[in-house]
Design a protein around this ligand. Structure first.
Ligand code: ATP
Length: 450
């Protein structure tokens, strides 16, 4: 399988630096910060929300719109609890937990190495292991009794399984085909931390690929490669990505084989996306539980089969964290001044082009505004005329804006503006009338392969 090169180095940004940048520049805020925040819950700010939309759209385009064999749905977050009983989540969606008797931290038993508490470092002082269910329970209706219990979905996948027949009937698909969905999921995670890596409320992008059981192993391999390629197309450094196959004892209750796309985070390798072979577990479970037939009629063989499923399941928030960690860089210039920059690919960056008049001089304002008006329909833009031009370049570098356009006094005479490149800091002069094309060309050149 694809393994990371031995010399792969973890990202050198520490999480505190990144969390502070994310807050200061409006990517991610602690949720309800004025009340002291809330465990593992975050809000996205103006730049974060733009970047998150880019991630979702890039996934949707690659997984649904550019393909001929995948369609999308949007299912409800709160649905009939019978779904979660049949799927095994009510009984089986749990983590093994222990308490450290020394520091009282609650820890996932499968996160403990060498019998040592990861919080206080004391060895062998744990309570017995207990299973802790991750489902968030709520009540539907006026009476809060057992009959009114419902759950916030812990994954989007079940929406695809319970709609399998509706999609099949309404779209007349042939195997193999996929159903994709992007939406919020909720898990009562006990061990949290690592910023947006593990949250209580997070967003998933999942696709269930239904196929002939005879082709499922091959398709599992296909999706593993396809998903790695997608991360590379976002510009994630290949040496910090790897594919890891689960050991049999690690597999979830529904899976017959799972591989994880892993990223080398500042704290080590961690799961970025799971690619599970779910077999016919879910369709069979829902058929048995609902009494409905959930199968596919194979016209060639003239028989009904229960398709197998390969599921690439990604998390938007984990991708956001990964992209920020991966893009973070620091440089020191000739004068010994530090430059912080996010080397985000243009299609991921929240702002693609910043328009910066050289100064606030009123002679420059109309032309600068005109340039901004011209660019807004084509790019994600920002206009900034506060402080010195050098500081404004640094501010754009720090949020990953790949290109800046500067309007100066010469622009008033020669009708040209300067395009300044984030990574190389090189500058070229182009006519304002050809700015859109020149910027687009540069953006295309900067786009990662894949
Ligand atoms: P982990 O082992 O880290 O708890 P998981 O194996 O339970 O993750 P899956 O059920 O495979 O995760 O979910 C698919 C994807 O959804 C994960 O790869 C991750 O990107 C995202 N995800 C899962 N749980 C969370 C969470 N609590 N916060 C943020 N993202 C999550």
């Amino acid at each position: 399988m694809t393994e990371a090169p031995v010399e792969a180095a973890a990202a050198d940004v520490d999480l505190e630096t990144l969390i502070s940048l994310a807050k200061r520049r409006g990517f991610v805020f602690p949720s309800a910060e004025i009340y002291g925040g809330f465990a593992s819950t975050y809000d996205y700010g103006p730049l974060g929300v733009e970047m998150k939309r880019n991630v979702r759209e890039l996934w949707w385009r690659r997984m649904v719109q550019e393909r001929s064999d995948v369609v999308g749905i949007e299912a409800a977050i709160i649905t009939n609890p019978a779904v979660w009983e049949a799927s095994g989540h009510v009984d089986g969606f749990s983590d093994p937990l222990v308490d450290c008797l020394e520091c009282r931290s609650r820890i996932r038993a499968d996160h403990i190495e060498n019998d040592t508490c990861p919080v206080c470092g004391v060895v062998g002082r744990f309570t017995e292991e207990r299973q802790f269910n991750l489902l968030f329970r709520t009540f539907v209706g006026a009476v809060q009794d057992d009959a009114a219990v419902a759950y916030l979905r812990p994954e989007t996948a079940q929406g695809m399984f319970v709609n399998f027949d509706n999609v099949l009937q309404s779209t007349r698909r042939r195997l193999p085909f996929g159903i994709a969905q992007i939406g919020k999921s909720f898990r009562n995670e006990i061990t949290t931390g690592h910023f947006t890596f593990r949250m209580l409320e997070f967003e998933q992008m999942e696709m269930e690929y239904f196929c002939d059981p005879a082709e499922s192993i091959e398709l599992h391999e296909y999706w593993k490669q396809e998903r790695l390629d997608w991360y590379r197309s976002l510009g994630v450094r290949p040496e910090r990505l790897r594919m890891r196959d689960h050991d049999p004892e690690e597999l979830s209750h529904y899976s017959s084989a799972t591989s994880d796309v892993e990223y080398l985070y500042p704290w080590g390798w961690g799961e970025l996306e799971g690619i599970a072979h779910r077999g016919d577990f879910d369709l069979s479970a829902h058929a048995a539980s609902s009494g409905k037939t959930l199968s596919y009629f194979d016209p060639q063989r003239e028989e009904h089969i229960v398709p197998h499923v390969v599921e690439p399941a990604a998390g938007v928030d984990r991708i956001m964290l990964t992209l920020l960690v991966d893009a973070y860089d620091e440089e020191t210039d000739d004068r010994g001044e530090k430059r912080v920059l996010l080397r985000l690919a243009p299609h991921v960056a929240p702002v693609t082009v910043a328009v910066l008049p050289l100064s606030r001089n009123e002679r420059l304002a109309p032309t600068a505004r005109q340039v901004w008006d011209q660019l807004r329909p084509h790019f994600r833009t920002q206009f900034d005329d506060a402080q010195s031009i050098g500081r404004r370049y640094r501010r754009q570098d720090e949020v990953g804006t790949p290109l800046c356009v500067t309007v100066d006094f010469d622009s008033l005479d020669d009708g040209a503006a300067t395009i300044r490149d984030r990574d190389t800091m090189s500058q070229i002069r182009v006519p304002i009338s050809g700015l859109v094309e020149a910027l687009q060309q540069r953006i295309d050149e900067l786009q990662p392969e894949g």
